[in-house]
Design a protein around this ligand. Structure first.
Ligand SMILES: Cc1cc2nc3c(=O)[nH]c(=O)nc-3n(C[C@H](O)[C@H](O)[C@H](O)COP(=O)(O)OP(=O)(O)OC[C@H]3O[C@@H](n4cnc5c(N)ncnc54)[C@H](O)[C@@H]3O)c2cc1C
Length: 500
């Protein structure tokens, strides 16, 4: 058994599950030098009514890292030549720049604001970052995670979860980039032109760069990548998140709340409750201490996308019911992640990496740990082509790097994860509860491997059988009635991939 399953009866809303004394986890919100520590209380000047926090403006302003970056000067208009130009200094772009430059490859990273702190709040499984020796870039870890299935039962999962310290991770990667000789250019790329063995990258400050390989790591709304189909048929994860200073909250401090599917907060909201039954949302929560918590109301995947306003209203009702009074919103985020959908055309002259490359987990929306792990693999292919001993460029280079990013087995397994997404899209609240009840009862190697995208096709097939074995009769009925179409689509896509 992978999870400890407990059953309880609903306690009064304001007293749910408080156990660890508030002061037991010393936590200063971030080690980023420019962020005020929350242990020095930011005083409440506009405390919310219970649950109603939407009018509060985030206290924290966007921050930047304190680095002396080797920048290109816009006054120098001679084209500069690099082996690799990477568009975007998000987690994907910076990680790839760091990895490729380790081998002496000449890299330039272009971003309008390369030192700005990444805006999103990233969570990862601790073991994923530990395997990559990046666990020192987590600013908080929880030894366990928790999934509330409904008002009567919860599962405690024996897998640690961490919150990425955006400042530590970016500092570490940018620091290595600088010592490896990466150059940065502060601009937006607006055009790329290709010759046989070289590409010209034109920036919005009229600067021109030349490179043997261009990598587009500009995030989900990339302009430079072609996809297999025009209509990509994404599912969307949409969520509203706040890092909030609160008077109190009911969650255990040693458990990260991965999913809270309870819906008793919608008892007095018939419309919201009906909609939530059909297209459910859950709460994702990272309790840092008894007064500081990250809360995110999340629609795991929807198509068409669930309304953002609906998500916020459900969150308001939930916080009110949980007795969470928000004193200050320190940060807020609108999370919108396209999931699944067709892959980029493989190969093409520009390599996609990160959000635009199809590596987002189609059933969960996670990507950061996977991108960190894939960067050395892709860097290896780049080095084999552009490193000192070999000079493979043009079509051969593009084919090799794309193949390393998306070898055929990985494309097959992605089809499986997309099948997972299509299945989730068909589940209502009760179906989602049954599904996750069975899913987190699987052997840890299955549910952990699935969530971390590390299962082979065979393992995924055995996971399905095992899931069917663990499922309740209702859930089996759901699987039998709702899955054949997505299953047929997956099989035909796999067949097409294998002949194409
Ligand atoms: C709110 C939110 C929360 C998320 N939380 C998680 C999470 O907890 N765990 C997880 O694994 N994943 C999470 N994700 C998914 C995913 O990991 C993130 O979206 C991640 O930021 C994607 O990284 P990226 O480097 O591909 O793109 P981005 O982070 O979007 O970075 C792209 C960079 O490229 C720059 N850029 C764009 N266009 C150009 C151009 N033309 N020229 C030059 N530069 C350009 C941008 O300014 C930006 O700096 C989250 C996503 C969102 C939106």
């Amino acid at each position: 058994m992978s999870s400890l399953s407990i059953t309880f009866f609903s306690p009064p809303p304001h007293q749910i599950f408080r156990s660890t004394p508030p002061s037991s986890i010393p936590f200063s919100y971030t080690n980023c030098s420019k962020t005020p520590s929350l242990t020095t209380n930011i005083r409440a000047n506009n405390t919310s009514k219970f649950g109603s926090f939407l009018h509060l403006k985030p206290v924290h302003k966007p921050q930047t890292l304190d680095f002396d970056l080797p920048l290109l000067h816009s006054s120098d208009h001679r084209p500069r030549k690099f082996d690799v130009v990477i568009i975007g200094a998000g987690p994907a772009g910076i990680r790839l720049a760091e990895q490729v430059s380790t081998y002496g490859i000449k890299v330039c990273c272009v971003d309008p604001d390369p030192l700005s702190l990444w805006p999103n709040n990233y969570g990862v499984w601790f073991d994923e970052f530990e395997d990559l020796d990046l666990h020192d870039c987590l600013d908080k870890t929880w030894p366990m995670t928790c999934v509330y299935i409904d008002d009567g039962s919860a599962k405690y999962l024996d897998r640690s979860y961490g919150r990425v310290s955006r400042s530590k991770l970016k500092e570490k990667l940018v620091g290595r980039c600088i010592s490896n000789g990466v150059t940065f250019h502060k601009a937006k790329v607006w055009k790329i032109e290709h010759q046989e063995f070289e590409s010209s990258i034109l920036c919005d400050d009229n600067y021109e760069l030349k490179a043997s390989l261009v990598v587009d790591a500009s995030g989900f709304s990339s302009d430079f990548i072609d996809y297999n189909t025009k209509h990509r048929n994404h599912g969307y994860q949409i969520a509203h998140g706040i890092l909030a200073e609160v008077e109190e909250h009911p969650f255990d401090l040693d458990k990260m709340v991965l999913m809270d599917w309870r819906d008793s907060h919608l008892g007095n909201e018939p419309n919201l409750r009906e909609n939530n039954k059909k297209r459910p949302t859950f709460l994702y929560a990272m309790p840092f201490n008894s007064n500081l918590i990250f809360l995110e109301e999340t629609s795991l995947v929807s198509r068409p996308m669930l309304s953002y306003m609906e998500v916020k209203r459900r969150m308001e009702a939930r916080l009110r019911h949980l007795g969470i009074r928000v004193i200050n919103v320190l940060e807020d985020e609108k999370c919108l992640i396209p999931m699944g959908g067709s892959l980029p055309r493989i190969p093409q002259n520009v390599l996609a990496f990160g959000g635009n490359s199809g590596v987002v987990h189609p059933s969960t929306g996670y990507m950061v740990a996977r991108t960190m792990a894939l960067a050395p693999v892709v860097a290896g292919a780049i080095v084999e082509c552009l490193g000192s001993t070999r000079m493979i460029r043009g079509k051969q280079l593009y084919a090799k790097v794309w193949d390393r990013l998306w070898p055929i087995e990985r494309r097959f397994t992605r089809e499986f994860y997309c099948f997972g997404m299509e299945t989730l899209l068909k589940l209502d609240l009760s179906g989602s509860r049954n599904f996750f009840d069975a899913f987190f009862d699987l052997e840890p190697c299955y549910w952990q491997g699935f969530l971390s995208s590390r299962l082979s096709l065979m393992e995924l097939a055995s996971l399905c059988l095992s899931l069917f074995g663990h499922a309740s009769n209702l859930s089996r009925f759901d699987i039998v009635t709702k899955c054949p179409l997505p299953l047929a689509r997956m099989m035909s896509n796999i067949a097409l991939e294998s002949i194409g």
